[in-house]
Design a protein around this ligand. Structure first.
Ligand SMILES: Nc1ncnc2c1ncn2[C@@H]1O[C@H](COP(=O)(O)OP(=O)(O)O)[C@@H](O)[C@H]1O
Ligand SMILES: [Mg+2]
Length: 249
């Protein structure tokens, strides 16, 4: 679905991506993990053509994103739905208006199709009957659910979550992780990419994990590959982030 080939990217003298090669497989739930500042957000911005590589190629469904003009780029961006860390709902709009927004901007849906789709995605995230509420009236977890409903509304092929649980309390984090898995299972065709430094959630839920380190992929594979990894970088990440011996994961 997505492939990076020898991608480098620097900001000034800071080399962030250094000959990065990676693959995201269609229909899978992939976690991209790594320390803060390791280039995770920069990586997903390249996928959407929000940043251009200094060298190398970024392919989305075989198309080199860096070579596209503005209109073609817009088509690529419409493949993506994004859930930001802070849900990023418009406070002055109701739940329903928030979800209608991408549908009006990105689809040719009729008003009744829009209405139907809003109901559908609100049911999917277990938030029916909240159409007329304002974000202020929602709990943190509920805001996340609505943010996810909005990200799903225009039927994206790729769902991006950038640090969806960072700063959330453990119960809400677990709820969000479960919701991510649920959506990935319900939408058979959807490709989910979760940017995270939550190794535990990655091990518990991912189909594949990609670990970034110093601008490259340190290790990629299913959770089992990470549990049995010899790489000191991976072991160190484990020991810093996960309590107790790895056998219990
Ligand atoms: N637009 C930008 N201009 C300059 N530096 C940037 C920009 N975006 C990211 N960086 C730098 O690139 C590095 C990686 O950032 P980022 O991808 O956001 O890290 P993270 O892995 O925490 O998501 C950081 O050092 C950050 O300061
Ligand atoms: Mg980031």
């Amino acid at each position: 679905m997505i492939r990076f080939s020898h991608v480098t990217k620097s900001f000034g003298s800071r080399a962030v991506l250094q000959n990065l090669d990676l693959e995201i497989h269609k229909g899978e739930l992939t976690f991209i993990i790594g320390k803060s500042g390791e280039g995770k957000s920069v990586t997903i911005k390249h996928m959407m053509g929000l940043l251009q590589p200094d060298s190398g190629q970024v392919y989305v469904e075989g198309v080199d994103v860096a070579k596209l003009g503005p209109n073609e780029l817009l088509q690529v961006r419409r493949k993506f739905g994004i859930l930001f860390q802070q849900a990023a709902l418009f406070d002055s709009m109701t739940v329903e208006e928030n979800i209608q927004f991408p549908l009006r901007e990105q689809t040719n849906f009729t008003p009744s199709q829009i209405e139907h789709r809003v109901e559908e995605v609100l049911r999917q995230v277990d938030m029916p009957h909240s159409n007329r509420k304002y974000p202020d009236a929602l709990s943190t977890g509920e805001k996340k659910r609505v943010g996810l409903a909005r990200a799903l509304a225009a039927k994206p092929q790729i769902l991006l979550y950038d640090e969806p649980t960072t700063g959330m309390d453990p119960l809400i984090s677990e709820m969000i992780d479960a919701l991510i898995v649920q959506v990935n299972q319900e939408e058979k065709e959807i490709t989910s990419i979760v940017i995270s430094h939550d190794l535990k959630a990655a091990l518990a839920t991912a189909d594949r994990i990609i670990m970034l380190y110093q601008g490259r992929v340190e290790l990629a594979g299913p959770p089992s590959v990470f549990r049995n990894a010899d790489s000191p970088v991976v072991r160190q990440f484990f020991s810093g982030k996960v309590d107790g011996p790895m056998e219990f994961l």
